[in-house]
Design a protein around this ligand. Structure first.
Ligand code: FAD
Ligand code: NAI
Length: 505
């Protein structure tokens, strides 16, 4: 009995302690303290973007050493790995957003956060011109500012290859608005199929969903749509759900080329069980209002009726990135993106421009993992540069006043101090960026995920329900804030208990 009393007491104390810590952390987060003001003596870093690279940089950066300005058309960070879950309503949009100001207000020095799109970079005069592209504009909505250092972290945009109809008629899966549009269209297809008197062929067309691109985005979207169908639509649209068809079209001979062979096979067999049809060696040639034109493996052309097309065909550089490349026509020649050196400095520039994430072309895949490690690395580079600058200022001062020292002992001491400072400066080294791969993970639907995890000198491939639980816990812990973790965990529980929402706003 005593044992159970002690156990009960310890449990109560742990729960109370947990609640206490939760309340303390959330309240501390909600009520940020005062910050250092702008300091004209400090150098100014302008960061373009508020995605994986930029946010990771801001999070790690010691702002007491710099003035920081962050410019992005989105005033939030979007946790892209869970975007396909938003597209079917498993998660609410707010759960995977983190307003940039929540992070900026907790930095040592006030960070200027500007909701605007950078339009022009002048690397020779060190200026950035940006514009408020939103619906409501003030008297001033276009301006130019100077920078000492520029971090280009604008990501990439959807690559459509100029295929007719893709831009105008397909849904994408890149931004939050894309997920919201996809959800609305998908529900519209179902409600239109349920319209009284709808012809059977038309019902089949409306309920045919075509996903283009067998990369991780296309696979995850297919898996999520399948879950929505199995978990919810079968119950609420019993007469229609069985007619919903999901087709995944991929131009290459296999889906998920970045995963190991056994995981590709596992995904293909899971999709087969889930009745998701995979069409490999098949290329989308045109997206029409009510169909998609495919070039089949035998090169024949087929027009397939469908209700909706989701385009996940890859990425390309943004205009601002292409314009920056055009400033260095002899060096920036890689069409995949900006060329940087091993310290992420823009090749060809004077060392004041850095580029990270999907806008660069490196030997690494364009992933969140790479972008966030590059952001954190750059914060360390800036810390080293600040250290060097402080030591250099001290050295300048010591050298300038050296002549005024007359006493022999003081002279010798000064000489030794100068020598020590020089050595300290020489010791401030910036190591090259080194990427540490933590593994590749993807959700494939039916509560299953696949994972290629680095182990010793090789790889462990894992798949199934346990991997799905690992996938969930990995992403829950990767979310940037306690607020997001709470919202995501809450949505998962709510979806499990009550199912996904069917209403179409
Ligand atoms: P982004 O995160 O795209 O950020 C770019 C930022 O720049 C945005 O804030 C944007 O608003 C801003 N911007 C755009 N234009 C301008 C401009 N002109 N001026 C100023 N700012 C601008 N990777 C993984 O490693 N694991 C995953 O599980 C994973 N899942 C994904 C799921 C989906 C659906 C998608 C689409 C991607 C996924 N990725 C994943 C890839 C990952 O999201 C990207 O590699 C990552 O976002 C790249 O980070 P970034 O900082 O370069 O760009
Ligand atoms: P992707 O570039 O990886 O895949 C696009 C696919 O579309 C390619 O396989 C391509 O062959 C195919 N395609 C292009 N045009 C086509 C056409 N006309 N017809 C048929 N198929 C066509 O793009 P994705 O999936 O958006 O991924 C982008 C980046 O984000 C990758 O680096 C990826 O690793 C990363 N990512 C990672 C995730 C994860 O780790 N879970 C999830 C989502 C993205």
């Amino acid at each position: 009995r005593t044992f159970f009393r002690v156990l009960g007491g310890a449990t109560l104390v742990s729960i109370a302690g947990g609640i206490g810590i939760f309340v303390y952390v959330t309240q501390k987060d909600r009520h940020p303290g005062s910050q250092l003001p702008y300091d004209p003596e400090k150098k100014t870093i302008v960061i373009l973007g508020s995605g994986w690279g930029a946010t990771s940089l801001l999070k790690t950066l010691d702002t007491s050493e710099y003035n920081v300005v962050m410019i992005s058309p989105k005033n939030y960070f979007l946790f892209t790995p869970l975007l396909p879950s938003v597209a079917v309503g498993t998660l609410s949009p707010k759960a995977i957003l983190q307003p940039t100001r929540y992070l900026a207000r907790h930095k040592a020095r006030a960070v200027t956060v500007i909701e605007a799109e950078a339009k022009e970079i002048d690397p020779f005069n060190k200026t950035v011109t940006f514009e408020d592209d939103t619906e409501i504009k003030g008297e001033v909505s276009h301006t130019t500012i100077s920078y000492d250092y520029l971090v280009h972290a604008v990501g990439a945009e959807v690559q459509t290859f100029g295929i007719p109809g893709v831009q105008e008629k397909a849904c994408f899966m890149k931004e939050l608005s894309d997920a919201e549009i996809m959800q609305r269209r998908f529900k519209d297809c179902i409600e239109s199929a349920a319209f009284p008197g709808q012809d059977s062929t038309e019902i089949d067309r409306l309920l045919h969903i075509v996903i283009v691109g067998g990369g991780p985005t296309g696979i995850e979207v297919s898996g999520e749509i399948h879950d929505f169908l199995e978990d919810d639509l079968k119950a609420w649209y019993p007469e229609l759900a069985g007619r919903i068809r999901i087709s995944l079209v991929e131009a290459l001979p296999s889906v998920l080329p970045m995963f190991s062979k056994q995981l590709i096979e596992y995904t293909e067999s899971t999709f087969k069980e889930s009745k998701i049809e995979i069409l490999t060696k098949t290329m989308v040639k045109e997206v029409k209002d009510k169909s998609v034109v495919l070039q089949m493996p035998d090169k024949s052309i087929q027009e397939v009726p469908c209700g909706m097309v989701v385009w996940a065909g890859g990425n390309k550089g943004r205009k601002i990135t292409q314009d920056l490349m055009a400033q260095y026509p002899n060096v920036q020649t890689n069409r995949r993106g900006l060329t940087v050196d091993d310290q992420l400095r823009l090749a060809g520039a004077d060392g004041s421009i850095f580029a990270i994430g999907d806008c660069t072309s490196t030997s690494y895949a364009p992933t969140a993992q790479v972008a966030s490690q590059q952001g954190a690395y750059l914060a360390r580079v800036f810390a080293q540069m600040a250290k060097k600058n402080t030591l250099q200022a001290k050295l300048n001062q010591l050298e300038q006043s050296e002549g005024a020292v007359t006493d022999t002992v003081d002279k010798a001491n000064r000489k030794s101090e100068i020598e020590t400072t020089r050595k300290l400066i020489a010791n401030v080294k910036v190591r090259p960026f080194h990427y540490s791969h933590q593994g590749s993970l993807a959700y494939i639907g039916s509560d299953k995920a696949i994972a290629d995890l680095p182990f010793a000198n090789g790889n462990i491939a894992s798949a199934g329900v346990a991997t799905f639980l690992f996938w969930r816990s990995a992403y829950l812990s990767t979310l940037f804030s306690l607020r997001n973790r709470t919202l995501v965990a809450n949505d998962w529980i709510i979806t499990k208990i009550f199912g996904r929402d069917l209403s179409r706003d």
